[in-house]
Design a protein around this ligand. Structure first.
Ligand code: MEV
Length: 322
């Protein structure tokens, strides 16, 4: 009770999709550009109840939340409630595997922020995208923003970071981000390798390469090539030139393999997809496991699905373009 009035428990719900990076992951951390699409059927749903309390408590009654999720929830609560003490219960349902390169942490962040925004009737898409990037810093240290941007707007997006981001220059502006156009007619198949990773670990493993002058030069050269691939892919996606998009995805995979973030399982799945007629195939997200992303058109999908299953994938997710 406050000022003689009972304050009600308020409820909010939020839902957010996953994402698949089409080209440019890792290189976007080194100044390059990444392109990504939302995975509209792979989602994280959050239900929130906010009750008056003598001190702030954040509970995940039925979910084994780790320390990073708790910290992200505290930051989200602070962003929407300021210093008001509340008991916050968070229920979570997700069919997005964590550590699989599909943006599970960004989806959790966006779904949670949306739930706060609904409960407190404040905040728009732009506010949620900005705050989601703040929460992502808890999970990944120095994220480029490609995951949180694509998921917050639930639209195909690009993010370009640039030199100042790499150099962490004082006063540097945030990355450049915007929407990209995709023609209809393409189909992405995502096959689970069954292997899991921690994005922050995968990103810092690449960072260790940059500790020598030769390693740094290699990353810079590969980032320049990746930049050309990203620009060409954006044009081909708009034109619906699927064979060209596929070949750019494959080129991008070779660059990522040169960074050391592919695995034997991903290579096996990649060979299976390409052997069955995929227009292109690559690891997606941080790599070191996670999902393989293959491109096809609907008529070629059944054969590739069969080949991926025969190669041992336990799960395939599909996303159309357009
Ligand atoms: C993770 O989904 C994509 C990375 O490029 C990291 C980032 O962009 O923040 C590996």
């Amino acid at each position: 009770m406050r000022n003689g009035r009972f304050e009600p428990v308020i409820l909010g719900t939020g839902s957010a999709c996953g994402k698949a990076i089409l080209v440019g992951e890792h290189f976007v951390v080194w100044g390059g550009t990444a392109l990504a699409v939302p995975l509209t059927g792979a989602r994280c749903d959050v239900k929130l109840s906010i009750a008056p309390a003598p001190r702030t408590e954040i509970l995940f009654p039925e979910f084994p939340a780790d320390e990073r999720m708790r910290k992200a929830a505290r930051l989200a609560a602070r962003a929407f409630l300021g210093r008001r003490a509340r008991r916050i219960e968070i229920e979570l349902a997700s069919n997005l595997p964590a550590g699989a390169g599909l943006g599970a942490s960004a989806a959790f962040s966006v779904a949670l922020l949306r739930a706060f925004s609904v409960a407190l009737e404040t905040g728009d898409e732009d506010v949620i995208a900005q705050k989601a990037l703040d929460l992502e810093r808890i999970f990944h240290g120095h994220p480029s923003g490609i995951d949180s941007t694509t998921i917050a707007y639930e639209a195909p997006c690009y993010v370009k970071t640039g030199d100042r981001f790499v150099g962490r220059a004082r006063g540097a502006k945030g990355p450049l981000a915007g929407f990209i156009d995709l023609a209809p007619g393409g189909l992405f198949l995502l096959a689970d390798s069954g292997e899991r990773h921690d994005t922050a670990v995968a990103v810092s493993a690449v960072g260790r390469m940059a500790e020598t002058a030769a390693g740094r030069r290699t990353i810079e050269k590969l980032t320049q090539v990746s930049e050309t691939i990203a620009l060409q892919t954006a044009t081909a996606l708009r034109q619906g030139d699927w064979p060209y998009v596929g070949s750019m995805m494959t080129e991008n995979h070779y660059l990522l393999a040169a960074l050391g973030v592919s695995t034997e399982r991903l290579e096996t799945l990649r060979r299976a997809a390409v052997g069955a007629g995929a227009l292109g195939a690559k690891l997606t997200g941080a790599g070191a496991g996670g999902f393989l992303l293959a491109l096809t058109t609907p008529s070629g999908a059944a054969r590739i699905r069969r080949a991926l299953c025969a190669a041992g994938t336990p799960r395939i997710i599909e996303q159309t373009t357009g």
